[in-house]
Ligand binder design. Structure first.
Ligand SMILES: Nc1ncnc2c1ncn2[C@@H]1O[C@H](COP(=O)(O)OP(=O)(O)OP(=O)(O)O)[C@@H](O)[C@H]1O
Ligand SMILES: [Mg+2]
Length: 498
């Protein structure tokens, strides 16, 4: 890959859930850059945190979930700081779209496929709104960030006060709440809050004024644009009328210009049919009128992809999109995503259990375990030179890699429970390669090459040299065979369709 531009920069992200009055920490201090235009795969056992991690990119954590630390920078905004659904609307679906394992997650069973698709096109086709949003986004984000910083500071001060009082009570059992020492702590906290407020007040009026000014200028610009389009339309129509144009010709002129402002019904329908054709739904003109129940599972997933593409997102998150489909359909859908990616140039984040899928679609791979990325690298790094015992175990359990007579290795034991604190390397209790230190201290991310990193003490220079499991040696040949057979399946699937 040439010079890499970052699409999403995740730093020190931690995510927790409130459950039965307790907090569990499900994503634990994850940092990762996702590059523009790449296909980034996330693999790992069930419960390792793949979905929760990517749900934070679109504000889809469940009600009891919260980001406890870290940032997710996308287009200069910190997604980790977004609190309201109103703000998410400009990102979720429009800029970062997600498709899930079950297409019905994204479809309404009561509405015709065509209607769902064309409504989406109309919803996202308001050119004037888009123009306005883009013109004010910089000032709006600056204002939001300043206010967010202030709230974060208040939170920290409150936490500090709480801890100080707790410690004091521990040292002096029986101390009363109206004791002068406690009063003093509260007073200091109050002062700090005032200082934080003052700091905000110093910048907020200017930021607010900037935002108001840019909002006004944007409104003006958008109005001007709209008036221009309408004026051009009227002029062209009256000229056409004078030349004796037919009713249909006049409507065409109208549509052409209104295009520039919003998506009309007629246009939405034409675009929807075109999109259905793009995702390879046969007879799109007829299928447009069908309901989801009249589609097969694979076709529903194609429709969901079409709906996701309707907004021309910059990032497409695919969370196990083919797991529920049979193998032939699975390869077709993978091929479809690959083809569309070439045309639309979106960045893809691909979540899957299936390492065979990973090998065939992705540029880079991250392996998740116990709420952390424990190894990442290019596909070649991960498949040919895996470094973490968990990645070894994962690869060893790949049925596609076994030759006749090879015994598949299943990963023994269970993934860690997030309820209690995880000490050391989360995989240590299940690992044949665990050393003493693995149970005591969390390993850092060791750099193996410019592209390849792994979080295991085995990479420490002091660690003994160990041999990888036999099954995953000479991986190149095995992967090659797997890929060939997948390619072959795609070819066969295409042939049967035609
Ligand atoms: N709303 C919630 N409340 C409490 N815990 C949750 C919640 N949502 C997810 N979790 C926990 O977070 C952990 C990670 O879940 P996540 O859905 O990200 O796993 P995953 O890697 O996507 O697994 P799968 O492959 O099964 O989809 C799991 O232990 C899960 O139980
Ligand atoms: Mg999941």
């Amino acid at each position: 890959m040439a010079e890499k531009e970052i699409e999403i920069k995740v730093s020190n992200l931690s995510v927790g859930f409130h459950l039965h009055g307790q907090e569990s920490h499900v994503i634990r201090n994850v940092s990762m850059d996702i590059y523009k235009g790449e296909t980034f795969a996330i693999v790992g056992e069930s419960g390792s945190g793949k979905s929760v991690f990517t749900k934070t990119f679109t504000g889809m954590l469940e009600q009891n979930g919260f980001i406890s630390n870290g940032s997710i920078i996308f287009e200069g905004r910190d997604l980790a700081k977004i609190r309201t659904n109103k703000e998410w609307i400009s990102i979720r679906g429009r800029k970062i779209a997600t498709i899930f394992q079950d297409p019905m997650t994204s479809l309404n069973p009561l509405l015709r496929i065509g209607y769902q698709l064309s409504e989406t096109l109309k919803l996202h086709g308001n050119q004037l709104q888009k123009m306005h949003d883009e013109l004010v986004s910089k000032e709006l984000v600056a204002l939001r960030l300043a206010e967010e910083d202030y709230y974060q500071e208040l939170k920290a001060i409150a936490q500090e006060q709480q801890n100080a009082i707790k410690n004091l009570k521990k040292e002096n059992p029986g101390i009363k709440n109206n004791d002068s020492k406690i009063k003093e702590i509260k007073l200091v906290a109050k002062q700090k809050c005032n200082e934080a407020k003052e700091k905000l007040n110093k910048v907020r009026p200017q930021l607010k004024a900037d935002y108001k000014a840019s909002n006004k200028a944007a409104t003006e610009k958008v109005r001007e644009f709209k008036n221009n389009v309408l004026a051009e339309m009227r002029k062209e129509m009256s000229e056409a009328k004078a030349n004796g144009a037919s009713r249909k010709e006049l409507i065409d002129i109208k549509e052409k210009h209104k295009r520039r402002l919003k998506v009309t019904n007629r246009q939405a329908k034409a675009e929807a049919i075109e999109l259905l054709r793009k995702v390879k739904i046969p007879n799109p003109e007829q299928r447009y009128r069908d309901f989801p129940f009249q589609y097969s599972g694979g076709m529903r997933q194609r429709v969901v992809i079409a709906i996701a593409l309707a907004c021309k997102p910059k990032v497409l998150i695919c969370d196990e999109p083919t797991t529920a489909l049979d193998v032939t359909v699975q390869t077709q859908i993978l091929q479809l995503i690959k083809d569309l990616k070439k045309e639309y140039e979106f960045t893809t984040i691909f979540i899957t259990h299936d390492l065979g899928v990973v090998a065939s679609v992705s540029d880079r791979v991250a392996v998740m375990y116990g709420g952390q990325i424990i190894e990442y690298g290019t596909v070649e790094d991960i498949f040919y030179q895996p470094a973490h015992p968990y990645t070894w175990a994962l690869l060893s359990s790949l049925p596609q890699l076994a030759n006749d007579g090879d015994e598949l290795i299943y990963i023994k034991g269970n993934p860690p429970s997030f309820g209690k604190e995880i000490v050391g390397d989360a995989f240590a209790p299940r690992s044949d390669y665990a050393m003493k230190i693995d149970f005591i201290k969390e390993p850092p991310m060791f750099k193996i090459s410019d592209t390849h990193y792994a979080k295991t003490w085995l990479l420490d220079p002091r660690a003994p040299k160990v041999k990888k499991p036999k099954l995953i040696r000479n991986m190149e040949e095995k992967i090659h065979n797997t890929m060939n057979s997948m390619q072959q399946k795609v070819g066969e699937a295409d042939a049967t369709r035609k």
